[in-house]
Write a protein that binds this ligand. Structure first.
Ligand code: AHR
Length: 822
């Protein structure tokens, strides 16, 4: 043995033999929160071996567990204690200490789902060790900090070190960015490689892999996909929507004009009780008008016909002529139409207007004659041309951009919108079907307004028009974990239940809620003789929609409150509709408490599929290309329901797009377990974007697909049902080089086409031989998406090539190449 090494080993042996004594010893553990972030940064922990030693911080003074409570996420007076082999953390949820949170962990890395209870109820479950914590003022790195101290075994601290190091390893490479490649790959020469495709071992995979996630966020529905051009048509905008705009209210986007004109927002005897507010307009001698400015102006196309309609109640005796004018930016009339307002009760009036000129920022004016008293509601203007020319339809250009992805399914209506801002804001599908005036508008968790004109009927219709499966998601009887609702609701009796999901729908109301979910399935699939099938038929769709999937829950905290309600809904659906695939949820991340608890619950109940969410950095995706290789095949499968590569600045570039492409080649390899995926979010209106990046941006007149859109489109239009094991071996010893290459081969048995995808995420070209036996003379379409990773826009280029071109080809730096072989 080397003479130098021997003494080191002896020393290690001596230290090791002394270790049990150290590990058995008790140490002081101090916990606190930072005043700088109001405790939102979580529970911070330090320890010291002796009373006179300096404090040693864990996790670099960052929190080891954060509060998930409501929107406040603040920890008041946290305590941490170790007893019976586990750590318990508690904290108050408000300054008064009227309610508390509790969680536990064996290693201070993976924490159990948090529970929230009024303080008096919590007293019964808090371990004695928490009560024994003593208040202390400690000096940590020269800062004087107040908190609580307890005693814990040194071994428990060591266990934290081991577990946190292991957790940290999962994050290795997270910071990797293509922009640093000139340093990382200095001197890297062009590579040679071999691509092997094993046609003898085909694997049946999901033919549903690429879908879309539609959430009414960023003005995706009203002011977006829903083709209605008038904003606040129902006069239902309200301060309760929580919008920060000081003008937000029933008259938002409306202007009343006319000498002596008077108006008020009235509620007496409305068009429908679900739609309580309307405009009462009194015209003076000279008449009056009301203008709507649409969503940042109304965009009119030359030659297009527009359908105007509204409910009006003429309070005078005469039939009143109403003129509807489309005005350009300068107020000049571009086109006009006329309606008659009969005297009497509410009447729906309509006219169509052909527009002779384009205008990207028009307004509409509804003018009434002098001395008229009239009530107006549901004032609407639609382009005649919508997607598939549906009445009450969708904006054709946006819907077409979505259809071009060839999505196999559409998930709707969210996202957080599904479980809503507090229990009263849970999305209720029944309020979104039927005549427009009878639908119930509501506040949007993203702080604007939902007319629900785009409701369940329209979502299902859109799916059918695109040939995509509908995937409605319903709340699991709890509201969004980020709910900010703190006021009393009819469900709330104390602090805990008044903060969003923490209370859940009271159990005595759950039967009715479960019935709503069952009714949704009957509405979609029941024949016209069933109660809810008849509602669908009356709306114009006698044939069932053939719903196959339903999601229950959206990245919820897997708390006992959630689990109890989820199980109830799951069992009811399974019993009544065993043919429906229920999709559960595993929380907001692909690691951590909710992920572990979500999977455990799914396995316990036999949930066939779970919805995973993963917004992560380019480096995470590059370094976790094998993420699904290790997934057990015998449990439920995965719907990667929300994911996106988030680079600094949060926008889509060729980097995020190609990193996604690399990841998707690996998902295709695993599409026996990952059966569905949807990038999120889908749409964002310029000027109203609350979340970045999104797949498709738009304004009133244009659609701006991102680089990531191009990748979704390419994978959606080159998808199939069979995977042929495909590998690429490059002439490099470097694992960091090899991991930047991705390949996948998918066969579509319906079309007989084969799609071979090659991703080169390196800064150098790769020349590869491919042993794929295409029929001689086979027609091969080659599609290439390539360029500067920093480019914000990227479009693929298509060309024809031959099988021999494919047999030896060069894949440029930063490129995705797809061969389509007929
Ligand atoms: O996609 C945007 C939001 O991200 C969704 O509403 C929510 O589910 C997730 O946190």
């Amino acid at each position: 043995m080397n003479k130098l090494i021997r003494p080191i080993i002896l020393t290690l042996l001596v230290v090791a033999s002394a270790m049990p004594a150290v590990a058995d010893s008790m140490v002081d553990v101090f916990c606190y929160t930072s005043a700088h972030d109001n405790g939102r940064g979580g529970l911070r922990v330090a320890w010291r071996p002796e009373a006179d030693s300096a404090w040693i911080s864990l996790n670099g003074r960052r929190g080891v567990v954060r509060s998930d409570f409501g929107s406040i996420k603040t920890m008041f007076a946290p305590r941490l204690a170790f007893a019976d082999g586990q750590w318990t953390a508690t904290w108050n949820l408000d300054a008064e200490g009227s309610a508390m949170a509790i969680t536990a962990s064996s290693d201070m890395v993976l924490w159990q789902p948090q529970q929230y209870l009024p303080a008096d109820k919590m007293a019964a479950i808090v371990p004695e060790a928490i009560g024994a914590c003593i208040p202390l003022t400690a000096i940590i790195d020269n800062d004087t900090i107040t908190g609580f101290m307890a005693r814990a075994p040194r071994a428990a601290i060591d266990q934290y070190d081991v577990a946190s190091a292991a957790a940290g390893r999962r994050h290795v490479g997270r910071g990797e960015r293509l922009v640093n490649d000139s340093v990382t790959y200095t001197g890297l020469k062009p590579l040679r490689a071999n691509i092997k495709i094993d046609a003898f071992h085909p694997k049946k995979v999901s033919d549903m892999l690429i879908g879309v996630f539609f959430e009414d966020i960023n003005y995706s529905a009203d002011g977006g996909l829903y083709a209605e051009l008038l904003q606040n048509r129902d006069f239902e905008y309200s301060a309760a929507d929580g919008n920060k705009n000081p003008d937000w209210g029933a008259m938002y986007a409306w202007i009343v004009e006319g000498d002596d004109a008077r108006w008020e927002i009235a509620e007496t005897d409305p068009v429908h009780p679900n739609n309580r507010h309307y405009l009462h307009l009194s015209a003076g001698n000279g008449g009056a008008s009301v203008k709507n400015t649409g969503y940042d102006g109304i965009c009119l196309a030359k030659g297009e016909t527009y359908d105007f309609s509204m409910f009006c109640r003429n309070n005078g005796q005469r039939r009143g002529n109403i003129e509807v004018r489309l005005l350009d930016k300068g107020g000049k009339v571009i086109a006009k139409g006329k309606c008659k307002a009969n005297a009497g009760g509410w009447d729906k009036v309509a006219c169509s207007i052909k527009c002779p000129a384009a205008c990207d920022s028009a307004t509409i004016e509804v003018a009434v004659p002098g001395n008229t008293q009239i009530d107006l509601d549901m004032v609407s203007l639609f382009p005649r041309h919508t997607f598939h020319n549906r009445r009450n339809g969708l904006r054709a250009d946006l819907a077409q951009a979505i259809a071009d992805i060839h999505p196999r399914f559409v998930r709707f209506p969210g996202g957080c919108l599904v479980h809503g801002d507090g229990l009263d804001n849970i999305y209720n599908w029944k309020e979104t079907v039927g005549p427009l005036e009878a639908r119930k508008p509501d506040a949007n968790i993203w702080r604007y307004h939902q007319t629900r004109g785009l409701g369940y009927y329209e979502y299902f219709q859109f799916c059918e028009d695109m040939g995509a499966e509908p995937l409605p998601v319903v709340a699991a009887g709890v509201s969004c974990q980020n709910s900010g609702v703190a006021g009393p609701s009819h469900h709330s009796h104390d602090l805990v239940t008044s903060y969003g999901q923490m209370g859940g729908i009271p159990m005595d109301e759950m039967d009715a809620y479960v019935q709503d979910v069952l009714d949704l399935i009957e509405w979609a699939n029941g024949d016209a003789s069933t109660q809810w099938g008849s509602v669908r038929a009356a709306a114009g769709h006698p044939a069932p929609f053939n719903l196959k999937y339903i999601g229950i829950g959206n990245e919820d905290l897997i708390s006992p409150v959630f689990a109890e309600r989820f199980e109830m809904i799951f069992r009811a659906v399974k019993e009544r509709y065993p043919e429906i695939t229920v999709i559960g949820t595993t929380g907001p991340f692909v690691e951590g408490s909710d992920y572990e608890a979500g999977w455990a619950l799914a396995e316990k109940l036999g949930v066939p599929m779970v919805d995973e969410h993963n917004y992560n950095s380019p480096g995470w995706y590059i370094n976790n290309c094998d993420f699904y290789d290790a997934y057990p095949r015998e449990r439920g499968s995965v719907y990667l329901g929300e994911y996106a590569v988030h680079r600094p600045g949060k926008f889509s570039t060729l980097e995020t797009a190609l990193v996604t492409a690399l990841f998707l080649t690996n998902v295709e390899r695993n599409s026996d377990v990952v059966r569905m995926t949807s990038y999120a979010p889908l749409l964002a209106r310029h000027g109203h974007t609350q979340w970045n990046p999104d797949l498709i941006y738009f304004d009133a007149s244009n659609v701006y697909p991102t680089a990531d859109y191009e990748v979704q489109r390419l994978f959606g239009t080159h998808a199939g049902d069979t995977y042929l094991p495909t590998t690429i071996a490059a002439d490099t010893e470097r694992a960091d080089v090899a991991k930047r290459l991705g390949v996948s081969t998918i066969v579509d048995s319906k079309t007989g086409e084969t799609y071979i995808k090659v991703v080169n995420l390196l800064p150098v070209p790769v020349t590869a031989d491919m042993d794929f036996a295409a029929a001689p003379g086979a027609k091969v379409t080659k599609t290439v998406l390539a360029g500067d990773p920093e480019a914000r826009e990227a479009r693929s280029v298509e060309s024809m090539c031959s099988a021999s071109d494919m047999a030896s080809a060069t894949y440029g730096p930063y490129s995705l190449t797809i061969y389509k072989i007929k």
